[in-house]
Design a protein around this ligand. Structure first.
Ligand code: SF4
Length: 338
């Protein structure tokens, strides 16, 4: 279901645009649908036909997505396992400091070798209403002021729905544009569409290697980009919107933590309007990939900083409960054993 379908349903009940906006804002804020419509100015009163139809709309929205379990972690984050109307499941993550990480697809076609979500392939797209429903559900639990599209799925592969969700979150959802973060492995359509959007989100680009061939091996079904071209396109967007690109680098021991890679990062990012987010891999028993030692992570940070690359270490939220994106759903569906 798309947000447009919900608006259509309300319009068919007799709601005018002013009513539709108000009802959408109430939903996205996790409130009762008729919140704020009873004691306001006369033009805000809902027509009787709309009021009578609201229980049906509420039922449809409740069916769209529901939290089937919540998994709080020691770092203040919490993973929500969200069940959709057809029984498919996705994950949302409540992040410390009022952030929320949302999913845009069930599964993912990119198949990054270090990602659990990628193992299942793409099962289906989420409609824009299912994407923003994750925000509405999270706001029943906590304040949400920032939404990052870094959960399950590649947002560029579901571009129309994700951009529609971003538009509504940046308007009726009351979220500042730079607090909406579109995260992608890189896709030319993203660089064409984002600059034309009314709501221009911040952009996170998954780099992971400065070597084209290694990058392709790590992200097997991502569009092929020379890293330098990706950074060039990112820089153009960053200058246009006036907020930096966040580069993502999942740090894998012995694979992309070499001095050559670090020098490659410096060549690409020194002087750019960019932040490098180094995310040490969260390894598990019997895992093909390992997290580098803490000392090596500190060395990398010092080296990149000393050479003019603003670098932050980011740990995956909720490491003590379920590691990376897709673990929780995989466990719920029995893809991996707990
Ligand atoms: Fe897809 Fe992101 Fe996982 Fe890669 S890391 S497989 S893009 S969900």
């Amino acid at each position: 279901m798309r947000i447009h379908d919900i608006h259509q349903q309300l319009a068919e009940l007799g709601a005018k645009p002013v009513h539709i906006g108000r009802l959408t804002r109430a939903w996205l804020n996790g409130q009762a649908l008729d919140a704020g419509t009873r004691h306001q100015r006369s033009e805000d009163f809902l027509p009787l036909s709309v009021r009578n139809g609201l229980p049906g709309v509420k039922e449809a929205l409740d069916r769209l997505a529901r939290v089937s379990s919540e998994h709080p972690a020691a770092d203040g984050s919490a993973r929500l396992l969200v069940t959709l109307a057809d029984g498919q499941m996705v994950e949302s993550v409540l992040l410390p400091r009022d952030g929320l990480c949302v999913s845009s697809q069930v599964g993912c076609a990119v198949g990054c070798v270090f990602c659990m979500t990628g193992k299942s392939g793409l099962l289906r797209q989420l409609g824009s209403a299912e994407i923003v429903a994750q925000v509405a559900l999270a706001r029943r639990v906590r304040t949400v002021k920032k939404v990052v599209f870094m959960g399950m799925g590649e947002p560029a592969h579901n571009l129309d729905n994700v951009l529609e969700a971003i538009d509504v979150l940046g308007t009726d959802g009351g979220i500042g544009h730079k607090n909406l973060v579109f995260s992608t492995v890189g896709d030319r359509r993203v660089f064409e569409r984002l600059p034309r959007q009314a709501v221009k989100p911040a952009l996170a680009l998954s780099l992971h290697s400065t070597d084209t061939r290694l990058r392709q091996a790590l992200l097997p079904r991502a569009p092929v980009f020379e890293p330098a071209e990706l950074v060039e396109l990112g820089e153009r967007y960053a200058r246009q919107v006036d907020y930096p690109i966040q580069y993502q680098w999942t740090l894998l021991k012995g694979i992309n933590d070499s001095p050559e890679e670090m020098d490659g990062i410096i060549r690409l990012l020194r002087g750019k309007f960019a932040i490098m987010n180094v995310i040490p891999y969260n390894s598990h028993e019997h895992d093909d990939y390992q997290r580098p030692d803490t000392e090596r992570i500190h060395q990398i940070m010092r080296y990149l900083h000393a050479n003019g690359v603003l670098t932050k270490v980011r740990n995956s939220a909720g490491q003590d409960i379920d590691g990376g994106c897709g673990q929780l759903r995989a466990r719920a569906e029995g893809i991996v054993q707990a």
